[in-house]
Design a binder for this molecule. Structure first.
Ligand SMILES: NC(=O)c1ccc[n+]([C@@H]2O[C@H](COP(=O)([O-])OP(=O)(O)OC[C@H]3O[C@@H](n4cnc5c(N)ncnc54)[C@H](OP(=O)(O)O)[C@@H]3O)[C@@H](O)[C@H]2O)c1
Length: 436
């Protein structure tokens, strides 16, 4: 099978490709890829991705042979694909996986609309050209697989429904959710207008692998856990709220099964923990115990986070944000601007923690059971039966171990923290990297 794939330099798509290689021995891939801002060209970027994959040497060599890079520029006509290559793609591709998106939560709407909405529209144009070609050439129908997000539903004060083919999103939590909702509406309209073979995947929060605990990016809950470890989050709220985190290997296994088995071609599959999602309080309590017991920095004290009412927490965040903004305006000290921006980024994350987000997933679970070799999402937390016996052990410890092994992907410098931990010094500047 020939696949056209976007998002190969991201977090999720490489894991899907790893699986597809194992499941479809005849796979050939066209990878849409662009140069990066550091000047790395597409070959270098692709090489870095392949080398990072969990594949043996022979499989990596095969992947080089079984793939072709497609240089893209999403602002240009036909995504900037050179005309001959575009024709080749139309003639040769049968399946498109559109997994690229700008997943930042603090971007202005005008900026993020291009990668999340316009890019999706352009991918659909390519899909429409492939569809047309295959119809006239008497070939099997093409399928488009689009990765949306459960959070495209925005604010909901009841369980977030599995309402395909309907979709009535609430007020968006941020511009990411807003543009992902816009893209989903576009895709649903195409399914309704043309009865297209399009599958929409709706993962919730994708976390580290359930097998290894490893992840490529440390966003959202990772940042909140990191701030807790550094003592920079004295207060939090919504102890009982659920965080719907699903492991990346489970998400990848479902998507690659759906694509390679080639039996399910239209509809939406939500990938959620649903009612089994972990609570903020559970993660905090287990995290606190784990980091206190395994702290690699001698003498570093991890303060316990105090859980406060939501209104109090939100007001404190606003006061702090305004304080740093004023301090920057008065003093022009860059540190204040960094702190102000840090809070703005966290504000994008907080609705996921402070808001009620519980996802229906029974219809999707039935589809997952029917069309894939997967079952329900592996739980992040320990699961107890009605008699209080531990029946399933969660994988949260693997996630915590990975954060200490990698220093949250390089964001925490334990050596620097150790120096700052000397008496009377605060751990203020122990994390340095700014989030993407
Ligand atoms: N991660 C999650 O928790 C989560 C949850 C639910 C749904 N999703 C969805 O899953 C998909 C993959 O997410 P992810 O976490 O893997 O994201 P990611 O790590 O940020 O990767 C994003 C990918 O999109 C590409 N991309 C972004 N903007 C682009 C542009 N303007 N032009 C070309 N390529 C562009 C990136 O390429 P560059 O490297 O060139 O920037 C990268 O390959 C997304 O559709 C996301 O909405 C993710």
């Amino acid at each position: 099978m020939n696949y056209f794939i976007t998002g190969i330099t991201g977090t999720v798509v490489p894991v899907i490709v790893e699986d597809l290689i194992r499941k479809d021995k005849d796979a050939f891939f066209y990878f849409a890829i662009r140069k990066d801002s550091k000047g790395n060209d597409i070959q270098d970027r692709f090489k870095a991705v392949v080398e990072s994959l969990n594949l043996d040497k022979a499989s990596k060599l095969n992947l080089y042979k079984q793939s072709k890079l497609v240089d893209i520029d999403i602002e240009a006509d036909k995504i900037g694909i050179e005309p001959d290559l575009y024709d080749e793609l139309v003639k040769n591709s049968e399946k498109i996986l559109h997994g690229a998106a700008d997943v930042r939560f603090d971007q202005p709407y005008e900026a993020i609309r291009m990668p999340n909405v316009v890019f999706t529209q352009k991918i659909y144009e390519l899909f429409a050209d492939i569809k047309k070609y295959r119809k006239t050439a008497g070939k099997s129908d093409a399928t488009l697989y689009y990765i949306s997000t459960g959070y495209a539903y925005g604010k909901y004060n009841k369980m977030i429904p599995e309402d395909y083919p309907e979709f009535h999103p609430g007020k968006p939590d941020n511009t990411y959710a807003q543009t992902k909702a816009e893209a989903k509406i576009f895709i649903l309209d195409k399914i309704k207008q043309h009865n297209d073979r399009i599958v929409i995947f709706e993962p919730t929060i994708i976390g580290g692998s359930a097998k290894t605990g490893k992840t490529k990016t440390y966003n959202l809950h990772y940042i909140v856990i990191m701030l807790g470890y550094l003592g920079k989050l004295p207060f939090l709220t919504s102890h009982k709220n659920q965080l719907d985190i699903v492991p990346v290997d489970w998400v990848a296994a479902i998507i690659s099964d759906i694509m390679s088995k080639n039996e399910f071609h239209q509809g939406a599959i939500r990938m959620a923990s649903g009612k089994d999602a972990v609570t903020v309080g559970f993660l905090h309590d287990k995290g606190y115990d784990f980091y206190v017991t395994n702290d690699p920095v001698p003498g570093h004290v991890i303060p316990k986070i105090r859980f406060v009412p939501r209104w109090f927490f939100n007001s404190m965040v606003q006061v702090q944000k305004r304080f740093y903004q004023m301090m920057y305006l008065c003093t022009r000290i860059k540190r204040y601007r960094k702190l102000f921006k840090g809070i703005c980024l966290l504000e994008g994350y907080f609705p996921y923690i402070t808001g009620y987000k519980v996802f229906e997933n029974s219809k999707s679970l039935a589809l997952i059971n029917k069309y894939t070799d997967c079952g329900a999402a592996p739980p992040l937390q320990d699961v107890f039966d009605s008699n209080g016996h531990l029946v399933q052990k969660g994988y949260y410890k693997k996630i915590f171990v990975d954060t200490l092994e990698t220093g949250w992907g390089g964001m925490v410098d334990f050596k620097r923290l150790e120096k700052k931990t000397e008496p009377f010094k605060s751990p203020q500047a122990a994390y340095s990297a700014t989030r993407k």
